[in-house]
Design a protein around this ligand. Structure first.
Ligand SMILES: [Zn+2]
Length: 246
């Protein structure tokens, strides 16, 4: 990146269930806004100037059926966002950072020179930091999306464990995130004597950045026996894997 290059602050990059990273989930940013405020914000987002166009259109993370999400990145000279961001604001009441909203609502904007799209132009740091502060980002610290050759090796080590896809891996703990039948995900440790697999009904159950450890994966059987529960029964329940409980 050239020194002194003016970067564009990213907005509206969302978590992708098929390629999980620590980007925010828009479902966790929903907050009803006044209709005129929402309309003004959506109008500002639509008025951005196209900076880059992609071959594939974007898709709505709410799976609402909207297909016209656009395939461009738009900019106002200071921020950059996917064309579909207006849809999230308009249709799903998704919140955006205050410093952007203030700017968007204080129109008109001064004219700007369209920057040249080049490596390092986009700065996603503030967006991710904001998402984490809103507690909207899945905690995926250290996980990576495996490259094709890593995938092959993992699949070999994994053997006959049933899964639909290997979504992410964390080398330091030899943990995998697997997509499993029925839309669930499984945290699987590839290690003899490792922790038993932990299942989640979907990404909505996955711990978030900023959660207290294990807060989102509580075990009702953890801690000391409650008075009134016989010790034998307590430990029998405790041994039962999480995914086999009714
Ligand atoms: Zn939608």
């Amino acid at each position: 990146m050239a020194i002194g290059m003016k970067r564009l602050e990213v907005l509206g990059w969302w978590f992708n269930e098929q390629a999980p990273t620590e980007l925010p989930r828009p479902q966790l940013l929903v907050a009803p806004a006044a209709p005129e405020r929402r309309a003004a914000l959506a109008a500002f987002l639509r008025a951005g100037v196209a900076l880059v166009r992609y071959p594939e259109p974007s898709f709505c993370r709410f799976a609402c059926g909207e297909e016209d999400m656009g395939r461009a990145d738009l900019t106002d000279g200071r921020f950059v966002w996917p064309e579909g961001l207006a849809h999230y604001v308009e249709r799903h009441d998704v919140r955006l950072p205050d410093h952007f909203v203030e700017r968007a609502l204080a129109q008109p904007l001064p004219p700007f020179a369209l920057p040249k799209a080049k490596f390092g132009l986009y700065d996603a740091g503030p967006w991710i930091a904001w998402g984490k502060a809103q507690r909207a980002c899945p905690d995926l610290g250290g996980f990576e999306i495996p490259t094709l050759d890593v995938l092959d090796r993992i699949a070999e080590d994994l053997g006959p464990v049933p899964h639909e896809a290997i979504l992410a891996c964390r080398g330091s703990t030899r943990e995998l995130i697997l997509a499993i039948a029925g839309g669930g995900i499984e945290l699987h440790q590839l290690k003899a004597g490792g922790r038993p697999p932990q299942r989640f009904a979907g990404w909505h159950e996955w711990p978030l950045c900023g959660d207290a450890p294990q807060r989102s994966a509580p075990s009702p059987m953890s801690g000391k026996p409650k008075p009134g529960v016989p010790m034998g029964e307590f430990f029998a329940r405790r041994k039962q894997p999480r995914d086999e409980r009714p």
